[in-house]
Design a protein around this ligand. Structure first.
Ligand code: DGP
Length: 113
């Protein structure tokens, strides 16, 4: 989608600090980090969010999480990290292209706010 921020990032139209890329996923540093590691993993396919995903998106949603796990392993934060999808405005979703937040490198409280 031409007007989607994360589609434009995936297309290289908006500069980001790229962390990882494969055939289906793209990962980059969050512009407003909430932890020493705060990476966003997005599908290259435009999916609005988790509640809009369908059965055909199961693999890509899983691949985004596996990419996050690989990044966490590479960064040595496997003692404790969190993967988060904010689903809908009430949960803080502000960009309507599905994205997994990978947060780690500090103690993470539970429950999240
Ligand atoms: P959410 O609130 O769950 O929709 O998360 C959106 C995240 O996207 C938020 O943590 C900030 C990040 N973000 C928004 N615009 C940009 C941008 O232009 N570049 C980067 N790197 N991150 C962005």
């Amino acid at each position: 989608m031409n007007d989607c921020l994360f589609c434009r990032i995936v297309a290289g139209e908006i500069p980001v600090k790229k962390v990882y890329e494969d055939e289906h996923t793209f990962a980059f540093e969050d512009v407003n980090p909430q932890a020493p590691t705060h990476v966003l993993v997005v599908p290259k396919k435009h999916i609005i969010g988790l509640k809009e995903a369908s059965a055909e998106d199961a693999d890509i949603v899983g691949l985004c999480h596996l990419a996050a796990a690989q990044i966490a392993r590479q960064r040595g934060i496997e003692n404790g990290y969190r993967t988060v999808l904010n689903v809908g405005p009430g949960a803080g979703q502000s960009v309507f292209h599905l994205h997994v937040h990978l947060l780690g490198g500090r103690d993470l409280k539970w429950p999240p706010g």
